[in-house]
Design a protein around this ligand. Structure first.
Ligand SMILES: [Zn+2]
Length: 136
C-alpha cells in the first residue's frame, strides 16, 4: 500500500473502519492513517460493480422497483445512477461524434397518432371546421 500523503511504500495494516469493515493503513514514515482509496462513480457512494449491475439490469428492461429489490439499493439511488449514466453517455457522444453531415436519417420507432376515434374529434372539426389530420 502506498501512502496517500508522502507516497511512501511501507505501510502497515492499522485496524478497520466503519460498518463495512474498511481496512485502515498507517504509513511507517509519516504516521498518517488512511483507508484504501476506492474508485467512485462521480459523487456516488455505490461501488462500481453494483453500479454496473444496476445499469446492466436497466438495459435488460428491468423495472426500477425490481432493481431496487435485487440490488438492495434505494430507488432514488438507482434513479441518480441513471441520470449520471445518461450524462456520461451524452458527454461521450458529444466528444466522439463530430462533424457528421448525414444525407439520410432513418428514424425508427417514432410513434404518432395520425388518426383518432370519432368520439375524440372536437365538434368543430366534425362539422367541417378546423384542420383534419386524419389520414395524413
Ligand atoms: Zn506517509
Amino acid at each position: 500500500m502506498t501512502c496517500t500523503r508522502c507516497n511512501h511504500d511501507a505501510c502497515k495494516r492499522f485496524g478497520y473502519f466503519g460498518k463495512k469493515h474498511i481496512q485502515r493503513w498507517r504509513c511507517t514514515s509519516c504516521k498518517t492513517t488512511f483507508s484504501e482509496p476506492v474508485p467512485r462513480l462521480d459523487s456516488h457512494y455505490t461501488d462500481l460493480d453494483t453500479a454496473a449491475r444496476v445499469l446492466e439490469l436497466m438495459m435488460e428492461g428491468t423495472s426500477v422497483r425490481a432493481i431496487s429489490h435485487l440490488t438492495g439499493l434505494d430507488i432514488s439511488t438507482i434513479l441518480d445512477l441513471m441520470v449520471t449514466a445518461g450524462n456520461k453517455c451524452q458527454r461521450l457522444l458529444d466528444a466522439l461524434i463530430r462533424n457528421v453531415r448525414p444525407n439520410l436519417v432513418q428514424a425508427d420507432e417514432l410513434h404518432s397518432f395520425a388518426a383518432t376515434r370519432n368520439g375524440c374529434v372536437p365538434t368543430l372539426r366534425r362539422n367541417g371546421g378546423g384542420v383534419d389530420l386524419a389520414g395524413a
